[in-house]
Design a protein around this ligand. Structure first.
Ligand code: ATP
Ligand code: MG
Length: 234
């Protein structure tokens, strides 16, 4: 499995947002996609899901150009997206939300057992309306719904946003276990320290461009790119 973005450009209407985004992602890898507010991280994930017109460049999964696919078929190819802010169906139960994920993919109801194994807290809340869950529980349902489609690639937009430490640890563990099972993850995150704990590689976006690609260990040695591209000092 390989997801490849090659010099992807696109935007909203006539406004160019992505001006040259390139990276690759292989099975079992976690790629942290980092950058300042407005750098184009969310827009990059939308481009992969074909929720944004790509003006030039190429996004391919195993050599298949996603531009040749209808937007609704991207999930069926094995790419799942957990948007920033979770976007659950608030009036549906936890279980109903998870079952929505089954519709997108190639899996059957048995995969929900794997989701409950990853997030045991959900099993006690299957009948609860999703809108009444805590933020951390909602994040688990959002990830569980994406995983119900048995994706090969999981796109996570700020999964740690607003979560208390114990829930953060749960999500980190889940990402590590997904990696072990061969799922590839693109992790967009403002909380750089958390992203670096689980990332295998790091790509910095700046103003819609891939500005730098590096490894977490290299950033330990020399954190300068973190300051330059995200504005944090470690
Ligand atoms: N629907 C839209 N129409 C026009 N411009 C948009 C739209 N959505 C996003 N943009 C612009 O595209 C740029 C990149 O936005 P994007 O959401 O990808 O940034 P981001 O890196 O995810 O930032 P953040 O860290 O704040 O989430 C921003 O300048 C934003 O204002
Ligand atoms: Mg964003």
């Amino acid at each position: 499995m390989r997801l490849a973005l090659e010099d992807v450009r696109g935007g909203y209407g006539r406004v160019a947002v992505l001006k040259g985004v390139s990276f690759t992602l292989d099975a079992g890898e976690v790629l942290a996609l980092l950058g300042r507010n407005g750098a184009g991280k969310t827009t990059t994930l939308k481009a992969i899901m074909r929720l944004l017109p790509v003006r030039s460049g190429r996004i391919a999964l195993d050599g298949t150009d996603l531009a040749d696919r209808a937007p609704h078929s991207i999930a069926a190819l094995g790419i799942a997206y957990v948007p920033q802010g979770r976007r659950l169906f608030p009036y549906l139960s936890v279980e109903e939300n998870l079952r929505m994920g089954l519709l997108a993919g190639r899996s059957n109801v048995r995969v929900l057992e794997a989701v409950y194994a990853l997030f045991p807290a959900l099993r006690e809340r299957l009948r609860q309306r999703a809108g009444t869950l805590s933020g951390g529980e909602q994040q688990m349902v959002a990830m569980g719904r994406a995983l119900a489609a048995s994706p090969r690639v999981l796109l996570l937009d700020e999964p740690f946003e607003g979560l208390q430490p114990s829930l953060v640890e749960g999500i980190l563990r889940a990402i590590a276990r997904l990696r072990q099972s061969g799922v590839a993850v693109v992790l967009v995150e403002q909380r750089v320290d958390l992203a670096l704990r689980v990332a295998d590689r790091v790509v910095f976006l700046q103003n819609g461009l891939t500005a730098c690609e590096t490894l977490p260990a290299a950033l330990e040695q020399d954190p300068e790119p973190l300051y330059r591209y995200v504005g944090v000092r470690r």
